[in-house]
Design a protein around this ligand. Structure first.
Ligand SMILES: Nc1ncnc2c1ncn2[C@@H]1O[C@H](COP(=O)(O)OP(=O)(O)O)[C@@H](O)[C@H]1O
Ligand SMILES: [Mg+2]
Length: 239
């Protein structure tokens, strides 16, 4: 018998008016894992994360986090439980400094001494943010802004980090850098659910993958298996 999963989603369905964005999907994440949901533009990846965060209401299905039903909980209460979402397009505040953006990540926390040491730890992981700590966030490169969004989420003390396409719009070398950092964060104990169109990089990072097409999970397996699967290779890996 394995322990209960940290996150367990069953039959999750979301519609925007007549658009059935998610048609009943099932997946799970155990504590300490990185799992990924990969698929093309419009497949339903962001909708999945929005539903987990309480930002869109499911039409059907259940979402359980650490044994608790969070399906209809408010976004605020979901964040309090430690599900922290790095949205698509990063959403950093470009007129504030790097430090001010990072402080926003921690604003709900009462453990201020721990926040200060977490800030040091996060800046050690992201040396380029440390160099630019008092600069305006809008002057950062796209890759640095993505790093800032991840660093800010880490200051919210995630128990599960939800990442929406951190590779979007970035050069391959920058993507490598970000994925290397995610590997380090994971090695320090953080559980991660990553949604990506960059199927190769995502499956190389994660232990387990789900392939989503038109709101349905069509393949589900160990990442090593998916990387070798002829259907995945043909559709997503340019093989
Ligand atoms: N706010 C919205 N209103 C109507 N349709 C939407 C909205 N957001 C997303 N969709 C549609 O839902 C489907 C899934 O979108 P999304 O979850 O954003 O996909 P992905 O993140 O995989 O690109 C797409 O058909 C998209 O056009
Ligand atoms: Mg998306």
């Amino acid at each position: 018998m394995s322990a209960a999963p940290l996150l367990e989603v069953s039959g999750l369905a979301v519609a925007y008016g007549h658009v059935e964005a998610l048609q009943g999907i099932d997946f799970r994440i155990d504590a300490g894992e990185i799992r990924t949901l990969v698929g093309a533009n419009g497949a339903g990846k962001s909708t999945t994360l929005l539903a987990l965060s309480g930002l869109v209401a499911p039409r059907a299905g259940t979402i359980r986090f650490d044994g608790e039903d969070i399906t209809r909980m408010t976004p605020h209460r979901i964040v309090e439980r430690g599900l922290i979402h790095v949205a698509e397009g990063r959403a950093i505040l470009t007129t504030l400094t790097v430090r001010e953006n990072l402080e926003l990540g921690a604003y709900r926390r009462r453990d201020k001494a721990a926040v200060a040491s977490d800030l040091e730890r996060v800046l050690a992981l992201f040396p380029r943010l440390k160099e630019r700590i008092d600069g305006v966030a809008g002057n950062l490169s796209g890759g640095e802004q993505q790093m800032l969004a991840i660093a800010r989420a880490m200051l919210a003390k995630p128990r599960l980090l939800l990442l929406d396409e951190p590779s979007m719009g970035l050069a391959p070398i920058v993507v490598q850098d970000i994925f290397r950092t995610l590997r380090t964060i994971h090695a320090e104990g953080l559980t991660i659910f990553l949604v990506e169109q960059n199927v190769r990089q995502a499956l190389k990072l994660a232990s387990h993958g789900y392939v989503i097409e038109n709101g349905r999970i069509v393949l589900d397996g160990a990442s090593t298996q998916l990387l070798d699967d002829p259907k995945v290779v043909a559709a997503y890996l340019g093989g």
